[in-house]
Design a protein around this ligand. Structure first.
Ligand code: PMP
Length: 388
């Protein structure tokens, strides 16, 4: 341990680096790798959005915006949420534009958690939730969804871990890494439970635009949920804008205003030019979103069929851009599988254990890559399994 490590706070020293990163460092040093590893669209942001950002710069809009974001953008977000998801939020007081959904999740936990408050984390899940709960002084309580249930959480599993200290449940639908989407009936069961136990729900709806079989239902649109939902969303996935760092959060005024206090001190506001691009996306981006959705759907169908055909059983993910097949038949752990596949066939996937307990025995394959690349990757994975 070097001398300067001693300056770090205990909770930071104890924080483990993301399991995804170690893997990418390995892949980055190799040539000819097909990556099914990254969690971001392969599309470039549509030109009209990029142009809107350029125009904003040409016009000299280079200063801070309001802390909560441009009011025009918040008004568009309010309209979008109403039209697409049937939820109504006041642009003046119930919406904050954030630096990606990531920052929205961070300030949500920091705004609601007292030391020792418990947050139920439904795994496998996005790698940030538990560390952000810990950093906010809360205690993550992990619950494992099962492949037998297509990775859908059952209310009875939540009942088992709810205590007097439980403050919130963290839900993500469609989910990263499983692609599992909860339908309206399933969300209604979550709502019943949240109301009965007086819990908040953080609903990560970042993949809401990328759903392929059933219409999307926002948790906040279910009766009784608007007042206890912190709805997290953003432009990264649906609008292919990961690098712009633009997200938003919608919640009842008291919660939003609490979050805004943290946001104004820590961040001030999201990037101004990114906000102009987002504004254009909401005004004139519908067609592009639909095109991307269609393309992902086609790739989803291909990859899920291919994986099942080669014996890596995989449920049909209703949304996002991940397939999460079981690799148990190979007898390898998810890390062994991913590492050996990378070395033997130069295909990068993410070991399922990076996403929590029941993720073990699986790998995450992102299909946000061209169909041609996917076809080649499937050939290589098939050959890898046959040679085991
Ligand atoms: N939630 C989930 C489930 C994600 O997969 C991601 C990105 N991988 C995020 C949030 C963060 O997205 P953003 O780029 O908006 O910070």
């Amino acid at each position: 341990m070097s001398q300067t490590t001693t300056y770090l706070a205990k909770h930071v020293k104890e924080l483990k680096p993301s399991g995804i990163r170690r893997f990418f460092d390995l892949a980055a040093g190799m040539k000819g790798v097909i990556s099914l590893g990254v969690g971001e669209p392969d599309f470039v942001t549509s030109w009209n959005l990029r142009e809107a950002a350029i125009t904003s710069l040409e016009q000299g809009y280079t200063s801070y915006t309001a802390n909560a974001g441009l009011i025009e953008l918040r008004e568009e977000i309010a309209g979008y949420m109403q039209k697409q998801f049937s939820v109504s939020y006041h642009p003046e007081s119930e919406i904050i534009v954030t630096v990606g959904a990531s920052q929205a999740i961070d300030i949500a936990f920091r705004a609601i958690l007292n030391p020792g408050d418990e947050v139920i984390i439904v795994e496998p899940c996005f790698v940030s939730y538990a560390p952000l709960v810990t950093m906010a002084g809360g205690v993550p309580i992990h619950v494992q969804t099962l492949k037998e249930n297509d990775f859908k959480i059952l209310p009875s599993q939540l009942e088992e871990v709810i205590t007097e200290r439980t403050k919130a449940i963290m839900l993500c639908s469609p989910n990263n890494p499983t692609g599992t989407m909860l339908n309206k009936a399933e969300l209604e069961k979550m709502a019943e439970l949240a109301v009965r136990h007086d819990l908040l729900v953080l609903s990560d709806e970042i993949y809401a635009e990328l759903v392929y079989d059933e219409p999307y239902t926002s948790l906040a649109s279910i009766e009784g949920m608007r007042e206890r939902t912190i709805l997290l969303n953003g432009f990264s996935k649906g609008f292919a804008m990961t690098g712009w760092r633009l997200g938003f959060v919608c919640a009842p005024e008291d919660i939003t205003q609490g979050m805004l206090k943290i946001h104004q001190y820590a961040i001030m506001c999201a990037s101004t030019m990114a906000q102009y691009a987002g504004l254009e996306g909401l005004k004139n981006g519908r067609e592009n979103v639909e095109e991307m959705r269609k393309s992902y759907r086609q790739r989803r169908n291909f990859i899920v069929q291919s994986l099942n055909d080669m014996g890596l059983t995989c449920h049909n993910p209703g949304g996002a851009f991940y397939a999460f097949p079981s690799i148990e038949s190979t007898g390898l752990t998810s890390e062994e599988f991913a590492e050996q596949l990378l070395k033997a066939e130069k295909v990068a996937v993410v070991p399922g254990n990076a996403f929590g307990g029941s993720g073990e025995g699986h790998i995450r394959c992102s299909y946000a890559t061209s169909l041609a690349q996917l076809q080649e990757a499937m050939k290589r994975i098939k050959r890898f399994i046959e040679n085991l």
